[in-house]
Write a protein that binds this ligand. Structure first.
Ligand SMILES: Cc1cc2nc3c(=O)[nH]c(=O)nc-3n(C[C@H](O)[C@H](O)[C@H](O)COP(=O)(O)OP(=O)(O)OC[C@H]3O[C@@H](n4cnc5c(N)ncnc54)[C@H](O)[C@@H]3O)c2cc1C
Length: 416
């Protein structure tokens, strides 16, 4: 006999889809009164605001700003945080098995476990290439860069494979970080970078890469990676280039845990969902973010934080509607625009036909992202830190003007 007198909502994954769904739901009065209980299962103890991960390479932001702990984010909410790895699901019996061999039952489930790195079949790739998707990747990359910088070599060469947003943003930031000491190669097998983004963004990106002397290798396949060189096929030529570091940012794929689920999936292993974000055949399960496939205007939506963020709001409303026997809403994606960082303190933002680049773009992008951080308290802390930094810079700037003006005055006095 079921003696449970509350509804159990289990959210798997504390990324853009899972964490934001849980936070939206936590504001519902029936969650506050304890009649609905939310458990968030996530293996890491820090959330990661991925779009700002590049800023840690150049020290423009600090780790706490983009990777607050869940403990901090969830304080004051009634969301129960369970730091564990999900090992298996049983959709029929509504149970989840965790790595510590405990299991959880649910009435409603949110799947927000994201995707994982795609590894192409290139000799040496897994052994020698770094990746750039999470905090531990960042730490490895930072350690490698610091080590290379400490060698006092005159020339450092870094190869980045993958000309999507990740590769372009990383190339610009690394080129700025390494300065004159470094040379960045950006390699892609296609004939252009940033496929799918607007012409304006692409033009700004080419300009930013050019001004940082990033060497673009388009229509180029990577044949092999060794510890200190990379072999590429470019047209008829096969070239081996000495490199100090290789970073692989050429795509993602579904997690095997998701692929093994007994439900309808796309060819690439993404979960197929109704427009309400409910899993086909399992209406009590909502799947969103990078692991789900949903189409808009006959095209599958991209795996972006922007999509996941909007889906989280829709999923939380639909879960509440379903429990309260109200009609569910269809998810409608509104593309607000694209933003890319193109080096230290510089970015391009493009929204509804208007593009702003350079330092102003950098400030607007930073502000837009601050307002997307998970909680109001965290937003305010990051904003306060930013205004303090800006205030300090403005004060220093004014002081330098005043000093130089006073200097001119006194030197005029003496020259009389
Ligand atoms: C460096 C980088 C920069 C990006 N920049 C942008 C950008 O500028 N704009 C944009 O729109 N998108 C950007 N993206 C894409 C964006 O991060 C993703 O689309 C978004 O995070 C997807 O959200 P999600 O919730 O589906 O998955 P995620 O945010 O990846 O969250 C999945 C969560 O599930 C957890 N998890 C996974 N498996 C398990 C398990 N077995 N047990 C427990 N927990 C598990 C993970 O630890 C993770 O916290 C960027 C991605 C990267 C890597």
């Amino acid at each position: 006999m079921n003696t449970k007198n509350y509804i159990n909502i289990c959210v798997l994954g504390g990324g853009f889809s899972g964490l934001y769904t849980a936070l939206h739901l936590s504001k519902h009065p029936l969650v506050k009164s304890g009649q609905w209980k939310i458990t968030l299962v996530e293996r890491n103890d820090n959330f990661l605001f991925t779009p700002l991960l590049y800023e840690l390479i150049t020290g423009e932001l600090q780790r706490w700003e983009i990777a607050p702990t869940y403990q901090k984010l969830l304080a004051g909410t009634s969301i129960k945080f369970c730091q564990e790895t999900v090992e298996r699901f049983d959709l029929k019996n509504r149970t989840i098995t965790l790595k510590n061999n405990t299991s959880l039952n649910y009435d409603y489930l949110v799947l927000g476990l994201g995707t994982r790195n795609y590894w192409a079949d290139i000799p040496g790739l897994r052994k020698y290439a770094l990746t750039f998707r999470n905090l531990s990747d960042l730490e490895t990359l930072q350690a490698k860069v610091c080590h290379l910088e400490s060698l006092d070599k005159k020339h450092l060469r870094v190869a980045i494979i993958g000309g999507g947003p990740n590769g372009v943003e990383l190339s610009c930031k690394l080129a700025d970080r390494l300065g004159n000491q470094g040379e960045v190669l950006l390699i892609d097998r296609g004939n252009q970078i940033l496929k799918g983004l607007s012409k304006g963004i692409r033009k700004a990106a080419y300009r930013a890469l050019g001004s940082r002397r990033v060497q673009l290798y388009l229509n180029t396949n990577v044949q092999e990676i060794e510890e200190d060189f990379i072999t590429i096929n470019h047209g008829e030529q096969t070239i081996s280039v000495p490199v100090d570091m290789v970073v692989w940012v050429a795509g993602t794929q579904s997690r095997s845990l998701i692929k093994s689920l007994n439900c309808q999936q796309s060819q690439s292993g993404k979960l197929l969902v109704h427009r309400s974000l409910q899993l086909i055949d399992y209406p009590e399960v909502f799947a969103l973010g990078d692991l789900a496939q949903i189409t808009s205007k006959n095209k599958p939506l991209p795996g972006t934080a922007q999509v996941a963020y909007q889906q989280a709001s829709c999923a939380s409303k639909n879960i509440a509607a379903m429990i309260e026997n109200k009609p569910l809403k269809s998810f409608r994606y509104l593309h607000l625009g694209d933003m890319l960082t193109l080096g230290r303190r510089t970015a391009i933002i493009s929204s509804y036909g208007v593009s702003i680049s350079g330092q102003l773009g950098g400030i607007l992008r930073r502000l837009a992202y601050i307002f997307r951080l998970p909680t109001m308290r965290h937003r305010l802390q990051v904003l306060r830190n930013l205004t303090q930094k800006v205030g300090l810079k403005v004060r220093r700037f004014l002081r330098s003007i005043i000093t130089s003006l006073l200097g001119q005055k006194s030197s005029r006095k003496y020259s009389k």
